[in-house]
Write a protein that binds this ligand. Structure first.
Ligand code: CP3
Length: 356
């Protein structure tokens, strides 16, 4: 166990090995030697070496096998030379570790055996035993031991996005049951989102204590909410999840898709850096955030398929717009598509690093 506010001995942020790491400089609004770049979903299906080591093993089992999870986390760092590793795991891992019956079905996504829809379902949600997070911490620790001067980013799903899988029972386009529940039974909703915030906050904290130097909260589906519903039903729970690591000196990134109307509310949940999807230009996002929040993003993933010339022109535009913000971490506007060509990503990293 650790006292509040104290990183364990040997943490990468305490021993100087990350001094000058461009990722952390950009996230804290300081000068970086080059533009830092990493990709959401950089570990995974676009890499042949990933498909080789994962072959025959279910996704969540791979996440909970520390050696394998560490190896998969390191693969894109070795191949692309990105400025951050992101732990190979999933937003539903803490649910699984709490005892929820959930699997990731290839080509579909997370599927929950018994959806959570009633006040009784919520009351019966299990507690997450902190000891159950050991395989996650072990994977992070083994990764960090190999990473040297590259920071590890930990992550979790935000309460709304995770709760949408619990309520719908699987992926859904509009999250109608979830959004209906907020209005039909606000107390049930708040109890559910509060439970997710606790579990997800513990998941974040375990990754940081094991060596992660920044974290990202993914509220991928928050773009389906109005600003009013976001503020009433979601923001307090996302704030609670982010608060789980607020006493530790790690930058907190908050990201969603289609969340142009929610950027200020999401920042005010306690984010140090805002992840921006490709629908909002970074200079526009910077204005909405009053010029005081470092940004991450937002190369349109479609441009990975548009040829080198178009991709480079778009990337230069992203860098130009991002330069308005107090700091800029280059990323895609959403995850790497599974059929993206890894060589395109490697060349993109090189291109970003060569720009001044
Ligand atoms: O970014 C990384 O490289 C780290 C690993 C990571 C995974 N999932 C691994 C994964 C991260 C950060 C996530 C987050 C995640 N998981 C989100 C938020 C990010 C986003 O993309 O919006 C969401 C919504 C999920 C839920 C989830 N898990 C989905 C929708 C899917 C895809 C299902 C499919 O097959 O299309 C998953 C599975 C998943 N998570 C894979 C990986 C590498 C694919 C599993 C496989 O290889 O079969």
């Amino acid at each position: 166990d650790n006292p509040a506010g104290v990183l364990p001995p040997g943490h990468p942020l305490s021993d100087g090995r990350l001094a000058g790491a461009p990722l952390l400089a950009a996230m804290t609004g300081q000068h970086a030697d080059h533009h830092p770049v990493w990709f959401m979903r950089q570990a995974g299906r676009s890499l042949p070496e990933y498909r080789r080591v994962r072959a025959g093993m279910p996704m969540l089992q791979a996440c909970l096998t520390p050696d394998l999870a560490a190896e998969i986390t390191l693969q894109p760092v070795r191949r692309h030379g990105v400025d951050a590793a992101v732990l190979f795991s999933d937003i539903v891992v803490p649910l699984k570790l709490a005892g929820i019956e959930v699997e990731i079905v290839p080509g579909t996504g997370p599927v929950v055996e018994h959806p959570i829809r009633t006040v009784a379902d919520v009351a019966a949600l299990p507690a997450l035993d902190p000891a159950a997070l050991a395989p996650v911490a072990e994977a992070a620790a083994r990764t960090v031991a190999e990473l040297g001067g590259v920071p590890l980013l930990g992550f979790a799903g935000a309460p709304y996005t995770v709760a949408s899988y619990l309520v719908e029972g699987g992926p859904s386009r509009e999250h109608l049951r979830t959004r209906a529940l907020m209005h039909a039974e606000p107390e049930t909703w708040h109890a559910l989102a509060g439970w997710v915030a606790g579990v997800t906050g513990s998941f974040l904290r375990a990754q940081v204590l094991a060596g992660a130097s920044a974290v990202q909260l993914f509220d991928s589906w928050a773009g389906s909410l109005s600003l009013s519903d976001y503020r009433t039903f979601v923001q307090p729970h996302s704030a609670a999840a982010l608060a789980a690591v607020a006493d530790l000196p790690v930058p907190r990134v908050h990201f969603g898709v289609g969340t142009g109307e929610l950027l200020v509310a999401m920042r005010d949940a306690g984010a140090d850096v805002m992840g921006i999807d490709h629908r909002v230009a970074l200079d526009t996002a910077n204005e909405r955030l009053s010029g005081r929040t470092p940004l991450q993003g937002n190369i349109d993933p479609a441009l990975l398929f548009a040829g080198e010339e178009a991709l480079q022109a778009h990337t230069l535009e992203v860098l130009r717009a991002g330069a308005q913000a107090p700091g800029h971490v280059v990323n895609l506007g959403h995850g790497v598509p599974p059929d993206a060509d890894p060589d395109v990503l490697t060349r993109l990293v090189d291109f970003v690093h060569r720009q001044r």
